[in-house]
Design a protein around this ligand. Structure first.
Ligand code: NAP
Length: 334
């Protein structure tokens, strides 16, 4: 049985990836920053699979060398999902950029030292579409322009980390790399992911914490599809050394709200004037991060994922329904 290392095993996406690996008869070692999470992670995945799993855990942090060699040793491939993804505004961008980039290089160096030649990295559309307002349709040939005005710290961290990975691979061709570049991920988590950054917006809409919506577009994909794309890429030679944007579709925020109403969420229907948002962003750093996207009409092209990985996205309405049910159940039990 092949053993796969999944970094950041505690994550919203990672737990689905681990469950999918077990469904396909792989065995898994996960990295965590805190070993006390191990039992809950195991239980969440076992509950979902309705069977027991033999997962191992190793403690490793992206900020430190300790643990990475032990984590990687004896594995056949690595799925590197760990990266800081905070819900709150971060003042010092290096808090995100350094662990994202150096952590990725730690993982790749450990792979090289242990002769592991297959690595899949969870990158993001954040490494593709930001700072390129002259472009309206994005594919994998495009890179975020981190020097453009208003590019947020998280976006920089994902772009710099992914670029560092491809640069590493260009000098170490024994390793084949694939990056999965999801857009905003929704869908049911395994266990408690109430503090997930990507589910944060959904929660705000559910709790009616937003009176109006900004005129921005949201590219969305289901967590189950993101996970499947990682595992589908693992042994698919046609995916080697490629990036894959995975996106169900791109929706204006107000259209998302209209669809949310159909699943029972009383989401806002008024679009905030963009000038008002720009004014308020002078006092609110979180709003400032969305101003570059105001009024910006763009699409994400997932043709490569459809052709090579057989990506067939779950319908948006199903993602909304399942996310609502998942979050509602968690919130009821809080
Ligand atoms: P998540 O639930 O916050 O998971 C992130 C994982 O990274 C957690 O396991 C976290 O560990 C780990 N991590 C963060 N900083 C770390 C550090 N310094 N050292 C070691 N581990 C660290 O987020 P997610 O949504 O599953 O995201 C997983 C990956 O997908 C990330 O690379 C993210 O950038 C990417 N992505 C996510 C989305 C989305 O909308 N969800 C979209 C595009 C790309 P702890 O549990 O210890 O905090």
């Amino acid at each position: 049985m092949k053993k796969i290392l999944v970094t950041g095993a505690n994550g919203y996406i990672a737990k689905h990836v681990i469950a999918d690996l077990y469904k396909r008869q792989y065995s898994v070692r996960g990295t965590v920053r805190d070993l006390s999470y191990s039992e809950v992670i195991k239980q969440d995945i076992e509950k979902h699979l309705n069977s027991s799993i033999d997962i191992e855990f190793v403690k490793a942090s992206l900020d430190k060398d300790d643990g990475w060699n032990e984590a990687v040793k004896g594995c056949d491939a690595i799925l590197h999902t760990a990266s800081p993804f905070p819900i709150n505004y971060i003042k010092d961008e290096n808090e995100l950029i350094l662990p994202a980039k150096e952590g990725t290089l730690r993982v790749l160096n450990a792979a090289k030292l242990n002769s592991i030649n297959r690595v899949i990295i969870t990158s993001s559309n954040a490494a593709v579409y930001a700072g390129n307002k002259h472009i309206n349709e994005f594919d994998e040939t495009i890179w975020t322009n981190i020097d453009a005005k208003g590019v947020r710290a998280y976006t920089k961290s994902k772009t710099i980390a992914e670029k560092a990975a491809w640069d590493f691979i260009s000098k170490n061709s024994s390793i084949t790399l694939t990056t999965i570049n999801p857009v905003l991920v929704w869908g049911p988590g395994l266990g408690d992911h109430l503090s997930s950054a990507s589910l944060g917006i959904f929660k705000i809409l559910m709790k009616k914490e937003m009176p109006m919506v900004p005129k921005i577009k949201m590219p969305i994909v289901d967590v189950r599809d993101v996970s499947k794309a990682h595992v589908d890429a693992l042994e698919n030679k046609d995916s080697y050394n490629k990036r894959f944007l995975v996106c169900e579709n791109t929706y204006w925020f107000k259209d998302v709200c209209t669809k949310l109403k159909s699943v029972g969420i009383n989401a806002p229907s008024i679009v905030a004037p963009s000038l008002l948002i720009k004014f308020l962003s002078l006092f609110d750093k979180k709003l400032k991060e969305i101003t570059p996207f105001l009024n910006y009409d763009f699409n994400i092209n997932s043709k490569q994922a459809k052709t090579v990985l057989g990506f067939k996205p779950i319908e948006f309405e199903k993602t909304l329904e399942d996310t609502y049910k998942y979050l509602n159940d968690l919130l009821k039990n809080k």
